[in-house]
Design a protein. Structure first.
Length: 255
């Protein structure tokens, strides 16, 4: 098992070691978020669910990094035991323009990447413990679709621990809008994973709409409030579930 995990981590080690050689950071952002469900989720059906998130995103001369950790707490209720879970993802991308020392910009594509993601989950619902380690490897691209903001795509092969391996498409975006003193960010992502013998294909659409409250007090890009919407078809690849359609309240502080 140890040998297998080492082999799975080799692409991540290569990404990091190659990047560190002449690393230069262009921009970076760290934040803490609080999410409170206003409607019921699927699978996790506790009435009262609170999520705390630490998030890091940064851009470098060698590529970019996205990392987050969720702490999910579902209070016990009449139909569900207490639920506690820590879920995180670490997603570095290595610029092929940087590696080859050639500008790979063409058409609407700004750059092409080697992409990887490590997914970790550890949790407990009542007396039932669960968790997994998944390793995703693939290629990505950044796109020039907006004058401001970003649009990224990644295609992965997913080496899953608890279910059969599959493929995943991830699309993420961020589009800032200004209406006088009102600054709004519309961002989010969607994941589409293919089916396998033991699970169905699933689709998760997860946008956020946030108002920059700090801008009203002369401290822009520090405090945002808004909503998050989660639409999930065949959540976790489980066939027969109703589509998840959940709105949550969101507050986000940038550190």
């Amino acid at each position: 098992m140890i040998k297998k995990n080492i082999i799975q981590l080799l692409p991540f080690t290569l990404l990091c070691s190659t990047a560190i050689a002449h690393a230069e950071t262009y921009w970076s952002d760290n934040s803490l978020s609080y999410l409170k469900n206003l409607q019921d989720f699927q699978v996790l059906t506790n009435d009262d669910i609170n999520v705390l998130t630490f998030e890091h995103v940064s851009g470098h001369n060698w590529g970019d990094v996205f990392f987050f950790v969720d702490r999910v707490n579902g209070k016990a209720d009449q139909n569900n035991p207490e639920h506690k879970e820590t879920y995180s993802e670490f997603s570095p991308r290595l610029s092929l323009s940087y590696v080859t020392d050639n500008d790979l910009t063409f058409g609407l594509i700004k750059d092409v990447y080697l992409a990887g993601t490590y997914e970790y989950s550890s949790g407990k619902s009542g007396d039932f413990g669960f968790g997994f380690d998944n390793y995703l490897f693939g290629v990505g691209a950044s796109w020039k679709l907006f004058e401001k903001g970003f649009f990224n795509t990644n295609i992965y092969y997913a080496n899953n621990e608890k279910i059969d391996n599959d493929q995943q498409l991830t699309v993420s975006w961020g589009y800032p809008m200004e209406f006088g003193k009102h600054h709004v960010m519309f961002d989010g992502y969607f994941d589409w994973s293919t089916s396998a013998d033991d699970h169905e294909a699933d689709f998760h659409f997860n946008p956020q709409l946030k108002l920059d409250v700090g801008n009203y007090f002369g401290n822009p890009k520090k405090l945002e409030v808004g909503i998050e919407y989660s639409f999930w078809h065949n959540k976790y690849g489980i066939s027969g579930l109703d589509n998840e359609s959940t709105v949550s309240f969101l507050i986000k502080a940038h550190l």
